[in-house]
Design a protein around this ligand. Structure first.
Ligand code: AMP
Ligand code: ZN
Length: 664
């Protein structure tokens, strides 16, 4: 077997395993064997770039960075659905359908998956593009991110049509969602609120490798296109399944509204056994000719209707309100409830969000409250049952002092949350900050986890993150659950983190409002921590996308003597507090204030490289031409409409070579 055959064989095998695992939920090899095969393929592909293939299973790990998602017009509009909430609504809909159709009408009942809608276009059996719903007419091209989702086939099987769109929903199953949140809590980050928002947020992440790490799934429900040779919706679902798509098998044919209602009643209860969130049922006319006859209103198809499940509610006793202190000092009030069954789980706690929420609903200890579980994992209190309020009930007095350190709380104008201002002395804040410092996107310290950090702080071995760098093996090895090997790993992980680039160190410092993106901006602009520390609010707000809120927080951080000392210590330990010389060579502020539109195909660089060169040098990339555009960089086959627009607005059109001259 020659190399190419070997590569093809591995790809086929891995595709089949992927399909068994992610589409059929029936793995046929161990994770270990799968990983080994994938590594083998990766090695072969690396050694033989001539056999590269954008649809190879190795492409699932992501890596492409999208700074600006391109807006794309859907070939076929993505409609929304009319909603119904009762049997009467459904009967009304059936009457409207029957008025327009002669003869029998059969329906398909499907579950309504609660996630982010997506339209996938396949051409000659491979994934061409994946577009978000957007406003239904046009959406964002998120192909690079969607390719990382294992249940999305990159190549189809069987007798698929040459070109079609297939629509579905990207969901984040509960299990994976909870795991993601556990990791976040461990790292001292706020947990995500619900799977739906997390799924749709994931589609717009710039780093596709991050998307690849999220356990997203794609569930399909509609095929659209020309000359598809399909006659019913039910057949479409079966065909999609045969071509390799994940199509849940709950879909059922029904001959009348009463059969539809049976389906609804069944799933209203059993949906809690599903691994992902559903928020209703979608009823569709099965016959595609009849669908065509019925057509569309301006917003939705007349041949389909959604039936929304009612959010489940129970009432229970609120025993006590307690307060949690987060990494930033933010206080979160928590309702401790008399345990109660709700939507298939036992609920003991509910979030109360903030003081305003408690006041608005007049929630008191000893009250009987109504608890609802919608898309959120953490249930919420929606009302108080006043008829059950005890006679001696007292209004809730929100705490005035930190439950952890006793410091008086503050609340800034316009902010919902109370804060404990004892930045350097409040234990959950100290622990939270160090947990943030070591987290994956920050210093990524291998061998050190959130619980160990808490232990180190409690044992007085460290009191801020700079202390990590003076930790001694003798000190660590005596901790609970630490052995020789894990101690070595920890010490080594800390040592290695001295190489982490400045922009991530800056993020790791945990300055309020300085997230990953802002940290990158500031690092590129100021180049070193010393220059940044000298910046005034006025300087800072001149940096692109930095507002006064961020600027003031940065200034306050560097004003603190404790922080200054801590940074000196980090510096002495050899942590990267300025941009490396190598990076500096490729990064400038030359394009500050300029906005570029990139169009066409280029000879000397890829589109993505070109975009990166622009942003690395302080410029902005935009997807559409406007008065604000400084230059259009045109490659071969630039879109004619873009050209006309640029000429109309008198925006200079330059080549990739002109651009490089501009930079040098
Ligand atoms: P809405 O957003 O409430 O107008 O509901 C319409 C959305 O429901 C569509 O855009 C789809 O993303 C989603 N949906 C989920 N499951 C289905 C399904 N089985 N059939 C059609 N649409 C569905
Ligand atoms: Zn405190």
């Amino acid at each position: 077997m020659d190399i190419q055959q070997q590569i093809t064989k591995l790809r086929d095998e891995l595709n089949e395993h992927n399909y068994n695992y992610y589409v059929l939920d029936q793995p046929t090899v161990s994770d270990y064997d799968f990983d080994m095969k994938l590594k083998e393929l990766q090695t072969l592909e690396d050694a033989h770039p001539e056999f590269a293939d954008a649809f190879s299973p190795t492409q699932r790990v992501g890596g492409a960075i999208t700074k600006n998602f391109e807006t794309v017009v859907h070939d076929y509009r993505m409609y929304s659905l009319d909603n119904s909430y009762s049997k009467e609504d459904l009967l009304d809909w059936e009457t409207r359908v029957k008025k327009m159709i002669d003869g029998e009408v059969q329906y398909v009942c499907e579950l309504k998956y609660d996630g982010a809608s997506i339209s996938l276009t396949y051409e000659n059996g491979t994934l061409l593009k994946a577009i978000t719903r957007g406003d239904g007419v046009q959406g964002d091209d998120v192909t690079a991110n969607i390719k990382t989702i294992r249940s999305v086939p990159l190549r189809l099987k069987g007798d698929y049509p040459p070109r079609f769109d297939i629509r579905g929903e990207i969901v984040l199953p509960f299990e994976g969602f909870m795991k993601m949140n556990e990791e976040r809590i461990e790292m001292g980050e706020e947990p995500y609120r619900n799977p739906r928002n997390t799924a749709s947020g994931s589609l717009k992440l710039q780093d596709s490798a991050e998307v690849a790490r999220r356990p997203l799934e794609c569930l399909l429900y509609n095929i659209t296109g020309n000359n598809l040779n399909l006659s019913t919706q039910f057949e479409s679902l079966e065909k999609a399944r045969a071509w390799g798509f994940k199509v849940p098998d709950a879909a059922t044919l029904a001959n009348s509204t009463s059969e539809v209602l049976e389906f609804i009643d069944y799933w209203n209860v059993h949906r809690h056994d599903l691994p992902y969130e559903t928020d209703g049922v979608v009823v569709k006319v099965n016959d595609l000719h009849q669908q065509e006859e019925l057509g569309y209103t301006s917003k939705s198809p007349r041949w389909a209707i959604a039936y929304k499940f009612k959010a489940e509610q129970v009432s229970t006793l609120l025993n006590e309100i307690t307060y949690q202190v987060g990494r930033t000092g933010a206080i979160t009030p928590v309702a401790n409830l008399e345990p109660v069954e709700l939507a298939g789980t036992t609920v003991k706690r509910a979030s109360l969000h903030n003081a305003d929420q408690i006041e608005k609903l007049d929630i008191r200890e000893g009250d009987t409250v109504f608890v609802e579980k919608g898309g959120e994992i953490i249930p919420k209190i929606i009302a108080v049952d006043l008829s059950k309020r005890p006679a001696d009930s007292q209004p809730t007095h929100y705490i005035k002092h930190c439950p952890e350190c006793g410091t008086e709380l503050v609340r800034t104008e316009g902010e919902a949350q109370h804060y404990c201002p004892n930045y350097n002395g409040c234990q959950p804040q100290i622990i939270g900050r160090i947990q943030h410092f070591i987290s994956r996107k920050a210093m990524d310290i291998e061998g050190l986890g959130g619980e160990t950090v808490a232990l180190l702080v409690k044992e007085n071995l460290i009191s801020d993150y700079s202390d990590l760098y003076t930790l001694k093996k003798e000190e660590v090895i005596n901790l609970e659950r630490m052995a020789e090997k894990s101690t070595d790993n920890l010490i080594n992980g800390i040592e290695v983190s001295k190489k982490v680039p400045f922009e991530r160190v800056l993020f790791a410092l945990g300055i309020r409002f300085v997230g990953e993106t802002v940290a990158r901006k500031l690092a590129t602009h100021y180049k070193s921590i010393d220059k940044l520390a000298l910046a005034t609010t006025m300087d800072l707000v001149t940096v692109d996308e930095i507002g006064t809120r961020i600027a003031e927080s940065v200034v306050a951080f560097f004003k603190s003597e404790e922080n200054q000392n801590m940074i000196d210590r980090l510096k002495n330990h050899g942590v990267q507090l300025e941009i490396s010389a190598e990076k500096l060579a490729n990064q400038t502020n030359k394009l500050d204030g300029s906005t570029f539109v990139v169009s066409g195909v280029f000879e000397s660089v890829s589109r993505d490289e070109l975009k990166k060169m622009i942003t690395d040098n302080g410029g902005k990339v935009s997807s559409s031409i406007s008065k604000k555009t400084s230059y259009v960089i045109a490659g071969n086959n630039m879109g004619p409409s873009k050209r006309t627009k640029a000429e109309q607005l008198e925006i200079p059109i330059i080549t990739e070579y002109d651009f490089k001259t501009l930079l040098s």
